[in-house]
Structures are given as C-alpha cells and as structure tokens.
Design a protein around this ligand. Structure first.
Ligand code: DC
Length: 235
C-alpha cells in the first residue's frame, strides 16, 4: 500500500510556496493547508475589533480574544479552499495589504502560535496533507516525511506580490512599499523568539527564483515520488 505522508513546505513570504504546495496537493490527492492564512485570519480579527494600539498589536486583548476566534477551511466547488473566520468567508480580506502589514507581529505572539500550532497538528493527524508556512518542518511536524525549504530573492518575491496585488485591483501600494513589507516581514519572521522561520536540518532547499511554475511542479512531484519509493522500499 502507498503510505500517506506529511509534506511540510516552509520558506520566506511570497516565495511561491503556497502555489507549489497547493499544486502538489492537487496532483497527489492530498489535503492542502495554508497555515499563513490562519495567522492572517487572527490579524484580521484583531484589526476588525480594534485590538491594535497605533500599529502595535494589543497582546493582552488579542490573547483574551483567542477563545472567540474560530478558524476553518471550506472546500470550494473548484477545489480551492477558503478561510473562514467565525463562519465568515474572509479569503479575500486576509490577502489585503492592510492584513499583510499587520500579520507578522500578531504571528509573533506566543499564545497565538500555540493555538494555531495545535489546530495545524489536529489537521495533520490523518496524514495525507501538504502544509505550508514558516515552522511546519521544525515545530508543527518535526517528523514530517518530506520537508522542503523554499527561497527566492527578496526582489523576486516583491515582484510576485506586487503583481498579485495589482491583478486584484489593489493599487494602493507602490513596488517599493511591497519590497519594504517583504523585507520587514522576513526580519520579524526570522527574529521572533517563538518558533522563528528556520530551515529544518533535514529539509531540501529549493530556490525558485529562475524556475517556471511547471518546472517547480515537476521537481516537487519527483521529490514526492522518490520519498514514497524510499518509504515503500524500507518497509
Ligand atoms: O505565508 P503568509 O505570507 O501568508 O504568512 C502570513 C504571516 O504569518 C507571515 O508574517 C508569517 C506568518 N506565519 C508564521 O509565522 N508561521 C506560519 N506557519 C505561517 C505563517
């Protein structure tokens, strides 16, 4: 029997890891979970409920609100997944520039991380899952069978994010602002004390700066097939 595995895909923001993870999950028939969407949903809740003092998260108020924040994913007819915040579809809102700017300090709050990690681990119980994020191969699933660490230059990542925002009709930000946001999120994600963005020692590095989507997809499928072969051979 082909074993069901856990695939952990970590990397910097806008490195294209979500696109890779989503496509791989579709190809191999696994469930895809975007862990960043969960932190984005908490940040959106905090913004909507005025849990920021100036632009700094009100940590005590956010922690006190955690029991009132319920995050789910809804499978759409086209196969995509939408994030639900307390039953409401917030998939578009959580991708806005405002949320992108607010999310990193919210994701750095230890209690927020503990709650999200518990939710992520529950989703992975049955295996057969591809999850992407920052700490999936290190903290959430340290025993994941396949771990990938995706990187691309900050310029390339900012270009992608800028294009995405423009395609969505979000013309409020300049390329320089997007680049600044990418660099500042990198910094916060790598320097926070609670499970910072870190490459797992046993992760495979992928730099996709110069790869097409098709090339990325074939590489991932090859890595998946090799892992399955390796696991079935050692059984
Ligand atoms: O991948 P993304 O840009 O949607 O992530 C949004 C934010 O959440 C980003 O600041 C990093 C943070 N994040 C995290 O700290 N841990 C994860 N597992 C996923 C995302």
């Amino acid at each position: 029997m082909i074993p069901n595995i856990i695939i952990a895909i970590d990397g910097f923001s806008s490195s294209g890891k979500s696109t890779m993870a989503r496509q791989l999950a579709k190809t191999v028939g696994y469930r895809y979970v975007d862990s960043g969407a969960m932190y984005r949903a908490v940040a959106l809740y905090a913004l909507k409920n005025n849990l920021f003092i100036d632009s700094t998260p009100d940590v005590d108020a956010i922690v006190a609100s955690l029991p009132d924040i319920k995050i789910d994913f809804k499978l759409m007819p086209d196969g995509s997944q939408h994030t639900l915040l307390n039953g409401q579809d917030v998939e578009n809102e959580i991708r806005s520039f405002g949320v992108s700017n607010a999310v990193s300090p919210v994701a750095a709050i230890p209690e927020v991380r503990h709650a999200m990690v518990a939710l992520q681990q529950a989703l992975g119980k049955q295996k057969g899952i591809v999850m992407d994020g920052r700490d999936i191969g290190t903290t959430v699933f340290p025993d994941a069978e396949l771990k990938l660490f995706v990187n691309a230059t900050a310029e390339n990542r900012a270009k992608r994010r800028f294009k995405e925002l423009q395609e969505k009709g979000d013309n409020h930000s300049t390329f320089e602002q997007v680049l600044e946001n990418v660099l500042s999120r990198d910094h916060i994600d790598m320097t926070r004390s609670e499970s910072p963005l870190r490459r797992a020692d046993d992760a495979i590095d992928i730099d996709n700066s110069n790869m097409t989507i098709d090339e990325q997809n074939s590489l991932l499928l090859e890595l998946f097939n090799n892992k399955i072969k390796e696991l079935t051979a050692t059984k």
